[in-house]
Design a protein around this ligand. Structure first.
Ligand SMILES: Nc1ncnc2c1ncn2[C@@H]1O[C@H](COP(=O)(O)OP(=O)(O)OP(=O)(O)O)[C@@H](O)[C@H]1O
Ligand SMILES: [Mg+2]
Length: 615
């Protein structure tokens, strides 16, 4: 059986608990009010056996005819039985009681009404605390994702992130709160009852404590197993989630490669692992109650036997005995619930370790302090080298590149030459291993990341659209301005299409623009970039899916901005870039040729070769 043990480098659950507490702390007064309410509920708990004892005791002792219960006809054993003791009392009801009978229901109902009210308040305040805490944890986790270093995203599965940000906090806090309620609802009354038992008969009560070390041992052992199984189950579940993500994200590939069977098997394997780990966790959880009850039964049987013995020998009153046994039984039923408290907390901490661990995701270094305004868009890369983690060769090798302001510069070169890597560097998604990158003569690492990125509008090679309307996709993250929207749409040759949509600009585009054609998605992304109105526009294969006519229209629109915007165009289709002011030909992370179309043709080098091949 494969039951991976918890890696030793995992942070201990105690640390996780203290981090969780940091989120709960701001809402602690809600928690305190809740505790207060539960304390008040608990405080009324011993009143019930006390009242019972009082009523019975008064009933038996206050009657002049029956001075002592023990003195009644019958055996000693029947004398101490509350049932048989009640029988003669029925026969001898008279008005000599020191309290009127009608008070019994009034007091009892009143007591339960008060308890009900406080229980409600306690639960409400507790849930108030939970929901606030969950919201805070989720917000903190989202902030982490928004600031995470770009490299984190090469290994973080979106579905895993969703699970950790959305599901886990709720699960964790609900489990913990459930346990807290149990502790408050059952633990406090148990304590109160314990106090009452001490008052009644401290010797007997003290004896009951002999079971505590045994209980502690059982709980520790069970917890350790729950922790191990829980961690396994949690990891298995994340692996299962990622299969579901693949199946939905890549549904076309799955269908067209007839891989449903393959995915079913992959899912089945992982689902079975989840099922096994869950069952093992549940079994570990379920061990706690019977084991601790067994330990508790030892204590209870000792006490009851001794109590019976004491009452026979000393002739303890029925009232006292009844109230002692009632309190003891109340307490043991409370304790039964308490034995179920540790496992949910452990389970919760295991899950919390997973999601709170996300808080340790390294943030993108943002050490720059300068902010540029009115950027012209003059870009220079000097001796820039970049090697991705785990790669065995440089993506960019001592690259020197100048992109003049207000001009159109084209980057061409074979696949893998490093063109997109230049874009990643300019936007600060990657940091060069050596060399400097200047924007208007200022090293970009002196700028704040927000300021740096404000200078670029990018249409990336892989188009990303949001599941919102056309307009919201274009005015993404900015104020909606219908005049600007129209300009951007016209420039992207998408205006007529947008007008023909059933709800115009408010038509939803589907998940990642799935309701649009490839070319329409590209043009929507272009419109989004144009709407941003940044000094530098970067089009990375942005028109590769367009027909020649649409591409021509986009190019003509862009020409209006000539001289005012710096335009970087990356394209494999050389017709796209033949009118560029300067063409930089890249190979193996370096610029091997540069010049305009005619110059490069005349040189008859790499570029001329590429043109020939394309013709
Ligand atoms: N995140 C990454 N991790 C490791 N290697 C990477 C990563 N991104 C790119 N590379 C490698 O860096 C090199 C340059 O990639 P880049 O994306 O810059 O090429 P490109 O010129 O844009 O190619 P294409 O024309 O196919 O888009 C490639 O060899 C690629 O395998
Ligand atoms: Mg690329």
């Amino acid at each position: 059986m494969t039951t991976p043990s918890t890696p030793s480098d995992d942070p201990p659950l105690r640390e996780t608990a203290s981090r969780l507490w940091r989120f709960m702390k701001p809402h602690r007064w809600g928690l305190m009010l809740s505790v207060l309410a539960f304390v008040l509920v608990a405080a009324t708990e011993p009143l019930i056996p006390k009242l019972l004892g009082y009523a019975l005791g008064e009933g038996f002792n206050a009657k002049p005819a029956t001075t002592s219960v023990i003195g009644l006809p019958g055996t000693a054993a029947s004398a101490v039985s509350p049932a048989s003791a009640a029988a003669p009392s029925m026969a001898s009801i008279n008005l000599d009681y020191s309290f009127p009978i009608w008070m019994v229901p009034i007091v009892l109902i009143g007591l339960f009404a008060i308890r009900g009210l406080f229980t409600f308040c306690g639960q409400y305040m507790l849930n108030w605390t939970i929901s606030r805490t969950v919201m805070d944890i989720r917000t903190a986790l989202l902030q982490v994702l928004l600031r995470a270093d770009a490299r984190v995203y090469t290994s973080l599965q979106p579905a895993t992130a969703v699970t950790k940000v959305v599901n886990d906090p709720q699960h964790v806090v609900t489990l913990i709160a459930g346990s807290l309620v149990t502790i408050l609802r059952d633990g406090l009354p148990a304590l109160a009852l314990m106090g009452y038992l001490f008052v009644l008969n401290w010797k007997l009560t003290l004896l009951s404590l002999i079971t505590v070390p045994g209980l502690a041992f059982v709980v520790r052992k069970v917890n350790k197993r729950v922790r191990r199984m829980g961690t396994w189950a949690y990891d298995a579940q994340l692996r299962l989630v990622s299969v579901v993500e693949d199946v939905t994200r890549a549904w076309r590939v799955v269908r067209s490669f007839d891989a449903a069977g393959y995915e079913t098997r992959r899912f089945g394997d992982r689902a079975r692992e989840v099922q096994r780990s869950m069952l093992k966790t549940a079994a570990s959880n379920a061990m706690a109650q019977p084991l601790s009850q067994l330990m508790a039964s030892v204590g209870i049987s000792i006490i009851v036997s001794l109590a019976l013995y004491q009452s026979r020998v000393n002739g303890t009153g029925v009232g006292e005995f009844a109230s002692f046994v009632a309190a003891l039984l109340f307490m043991s039923s409370r304790l039964r619930h308490l034995s179920d408290v540790m496992q949910p907390i452990t389970n919760a901490l295991v899950v919390a370790r997973g999601c709170i661990g996300l808080l340790d995701t390294p943030a993108e270094p943002d050490t720059g302090t300068r902010e540029l305004s009115n950027v012209r868009g003059d870009i220079a890369l000097k001796q820039v080298t970049l090697r991705y983690p785990g790669a065995n060769r440089d993506a960019l090798a001592a690259l020197n590149l100048h992109i003049p302001a207000g001009k159109t510069t084209a980057l061409v070169g074979s696949s893998g030459a490093g063109k997109s890597s230049v874009v990643n560097l300019l936007l600060g998604f990657e940091r060069p291993d050596s060399g400097t990158i200047l924007l208007d003569g200022v090293a970009i690492d002196e700028l704040t990341k927000a300021n740096l990125r404000r200078q670029f509008a990018v249409v990336s090679q892989d188009i990303v659209l949001f599941d919102t309307s056309v307009a919201d996709n274009i005015a993404y993250g900015q104020e909606r301005d219908d005049v600007k929207l129209e300009q951007a749409l016209r420039a992207a040759a998408l205006w007529d299409f947008a007008q023909s949509l059933p709800e115009g600009l408010d038509t939803m585009v589907g998940a990642n623009g799935s309701k649009l054609s490839g070319g329409q998605r590209q043009r929507l992304a272009i419109a989004r970039a144009l709407y941003k109105d940044a000094p530098v526009w970067i089009f990375d294969e942005a028109t590769s899916a367009l027909d020649t006519e649409s591409e021509r229209a986009v190019q003509q629109a862009l020409e209006q901005w000539q001289g005012r915007k710096t335009l970087i165009v990356i394209a494999h289709r050389l017709s796209t870039i033949r009118r560029a002011d300067c063409i930089q030909v890249m190979a193996d992370g370096q610029v091997v040729e540069s010049g305009d179309h005619d110059e490069l043709l005349a040189r008859d080098g790499v570029y001329a070769g590429m043109v020939k091949v394309q013709h």
